[in-house]
Design a protein around this ligand. Structure first.
Ligand code: FES
Length: 64
C-alpha cells in the first residue's frame, strides 16, 4: 500500500505506524497496541483528530 500521512500534527505516516506496531508483540489488544504505537511515534498526541484512523490501521494490521 502507498504510504501517506495519517497524523498531520505529528507528521506520522502509515508506514511509521505499521513499523511501530511490529516493533511490539501486543497483537492481542488493539488499545494496548495503540498505546505502544503512540509512545513510539507520538501520533494522536496533538489535536486527536487522527485517533480513529490510527485505530483502524492498527486493527486492520492486527487481523492480517
Ligand atoms: S492529526 Fe494526529 S493529533 Fe492531530
Amino acid at each position: 500500500m502507498e504510504n501517506y500521512t495519517v497524523c498531520n500534527c505529528m507528521k506520522v505516516s502509515y508506514n511509521d505506524i505499521v513499523k511501530a506496531l511490529h516493533a511490539h508483540d501486543k497483537f492481542d489488544d488493539v488499545l494496548n497496541a495503540f498505546d505502544d504505537v503512540q509512545k513510539t511515534t507520538k501520533c494522536s498526541t496533538g489535536c486527536g483528530g487522527c485517533y480513529h484512523k490510527v485505530l483502524d490501521i492498527i486493527s486492520e494490521e492486527m487481523m492480517r
